[in-house]
Design a protein around this ligand. Structure first.
Ligand SMILES: Nc1ncnc2c1ncn2[C@@H]1O[C@H](COP(=O)(O)OP(=O)(O)OP(=O)(O)O)[C@@H](O)[C@H]1O
Ligand SMILES: [Mg+2]
Length: 153
């Protein structure tokens, strides 16, 4: 299976066959980040959103271990750029995010990575859809569909 399919609507389809491939994609994305970006990570439970975020953090020079922020909703890391990792699975709606003041991070100089997004109308997001491939023999196959960023893979 080819690893990369470029489609003419500006969506890159990247087939990862294991953690090394996911790390490669994360590195290519990290290289392009200047701060201020918001990355929306979509995909089912266990698809690989947090795993991708760990790879991205490493590529941004984050030394701390990235762990799922499920109960805190957001964890902040420092690297070449600040990284704000959100997991909004347990957040009811956007109002709750505003009450917690979490919306302010969208406009900071770091990079927001959001799993289970509940913000409405995020300006110019980078959107990454992660999915497993049902018809694959390899448990480690994933499809990453990336849009909103120019990638030179
Ligand atoms: N190619 C791959 N890329 C990413 N993760 C992979 C890959 N192959 C296997 N995995 C495994 O899939 C699992 C993905 O779990 P992860 O916690 O990243 O999912 P998630 O999308 O964040 O789920 P949740 O919605 O529960 O937060 C990990 O155990 C990871 O090692
Ligand atoms: Mg996760």
């Amino acid at each position: 299976m080819d690893k990369i399919v470029n489609d003419n609507r500006g969506i890159v389809e990247y087939y990862s066959h294991g953690l090394e491939d996911t790390a490669y994609l994360a590195q290519k994305i990290a290289e392009r980040l200047n701060g201020g970006e918001v990355i929306l990570l979509n995909g089912q439970l266990g698809a690989g959103k947090t795993t991708f975020t760990k790879c991205l953090a490493k590529s941004l020079g984050v030394k701390d271990t990235v762990t799922s922020p499920t109960f805190a909703f957001m964890k902040e890391y420092s690297g070449r750029l600040p990284l704000y990792h959100f997991d909004l699975y347990r957040v009811a709606d956007e109002d709750e995010l505003y009450e917690l003041g979490l919306n302010e991070y969208l406009y900071m100089d770091g990079v927001c990575v959001i799993e289970w997004n509940k913000f409405e109308g995020v300006p110019d997001p980078i959107i990454i859809d992660v999915s497993t491939l049902d018809d694959s023999d390899n448990d480690c196959d994933r499809l990453f569909k990336v849009q909103g960023i120019d990638l030179n893979l």
